[in-house]
Design a protein around this ligand. Structure first.
Ligand code: ARG
Ligand code: MN
Ligand code: MN
Length: 371
């Protein structure tokens, strides 16, 4: 289902470009499809064909998911940058959508809805002083609390929730929402960073470096985040791709015996074994729902350059996709986050690569490229 034309030639900054991309992306009917659907050759170009193809694929795609009986994907835009200092990451969701993500998922047979959340600015308080070393605590709290409710609602409607960031503080919302619907879920965190600083251990005071300490209950007494429940047991959290972990975070990972695979482990064992090791640890019987939170800075900066805190020596294009494919293949994946795409950073070409890879990771989470 990958486009069979040079995608790098197609822009996406204007609507018309975006239309070209979407139209060309449309899957061409194949002989075997016609056989499966027993459609006469006369109908080959009839629009109904696409509908039927979608329907057929739909059945194939969701049949394998043990928790989702519907074909619904709910895209939740999280255009938010308050968890870190650089502007632009709030434009991540719209760029992914302009690139045609929703249509691409529809082409795969999903029913897609999209909540853009364009009104998050309204939640910005007039004053938001540092509290316990954390910056913008009131703003981050208000936004993530709101998004958590939305995500919980959609997850409880049996929809696959695909959240588009925005900075990674938004995981306060995604994990809270997903785990409210699936209390037994486990979390795979793909990132160059551990994002598990406590307010005390954080050097930067940026909340995108802290969500996991709140979600695991390691940070509990911050007045602005009392709504965040410790829904995530440390035994249900595993990392892949780490390579820039703060000293305080290393201590937390060790003390809590958290399964944390760095790039060193990816080199040593290969990505296939790394995913297995993580799942064996957090989901040994392969019967629990899985939530994937994918920070695009886990990828090497040559693959995903437009992100706020790039670190050399990251996952290759294929390693990143493999993780998504392998999790889709389990039939247990119920939600995914694609975070930290910042279209304001680096060249047009870099932005294009980053947005393109963000979209293809999302599609792989939903079963693209599984045969
Ligand atoms: N989601 C991210 N990109 N996080 C980067 C965090 C960097 C650093 N550990 C900090 O706490 O500030
Ligand atoms: Mn990161
Ligand atoms: Mn992150």
């Amino acid at each position: 289902m990958r486009p069979n034309f040079p995608t790098h030639l197609i822009g996406f900054s204007s609507n018309s470009h975006c239309m070209i991309y979407q139209r060309r992306f449309k899957r061409t009917p194949k002989k075997t499809d016609k056989k499966k659907l027993s459609i006469s050759p006369l109908f080959t170009f009839f629009p109904l064909n696409y509908y039927l193809l979608a329907k057929y694929q739909k059945i194939n795609m969701t049949r394998n998911n043990k928790f989702l009986s519907s074909n619904n994907v709910s895209i939740v835009g999280a255009p938010f940058s308050g968890g870190q200092p650089q502007g632009g990451v709030e434009k991540g969701p719209i760029r992914l959508v302009e690139f045609g993500l929703a249509n691409q998922l529809e082409e795969m047979g999903y029913q897609v809805d999209y909540e853009a959340n364009t009104d998050l600015d309204a939640l910005k308080p007039a004053e938001d002083p540092v509290v316990q070393n954390l910056k913008n605590p009131k703003y981050v709290s208000a936004v993530t609390h709101k998004l958590a409710g939305q995500i919980e609602e959609r997850a409880k409607q049996n929809k696959f929730v695909l959240t588009l960031g925005g900075d990674h503080s938004v995981a306060l919302a995604t994990v809270s929402g997903v785990f409210a619907a699936y209390p037994d879920a486990c979390l795979i965190w793909v990132d160059a960073h551990a994002d598990i600083n406590t307010p005390e251990s954080s050097d930067s005071g940026n909340i995108h470096g802290c969500p996991l300490s709140f979600l695991t209950g390691l940070s509990q007494d911050h007045p602005d985040f009392s709504w965040v429940k410790p829904v995530l047991q440390t035994g249900r959290l595993a990392y892949i791709g780490l390579r820039d972990v703060d000293d305080g975070e290393k201590k937390i990972l060790k003390e809590n015996n958290i399964k944390a695979l760095s790039m060193h482990h990816v080199d040593k064992w290969g990505i296939g074994k790394c995913v297995d090791i993580c799942l064996d640890h957090i989901n040994p019987n392969r019967d629990l729902p899985i939530h994937l939170s994918f920070d695009v800075d886990a990828l090497d900066p040559t693959v995903a350059p437009s992100t706020g805190t790039p670190v050399r020596g990251g996952l290759t294009f294929r390693e990143g996709h493999y993780i998504c494919e392998a999790l889709a293949e389990t039939g247990l994946l119920v939600a995914a986050d694609i975070m930290e795409v910042n279209p304001a950073l680096e060249s047009e070409e870099s932005v294009f690569s980053t947005v393109q890879v963000g979209c293809s990771l999302a599609r792989c989470c939903l079963g693209e490229s599984l045969l």
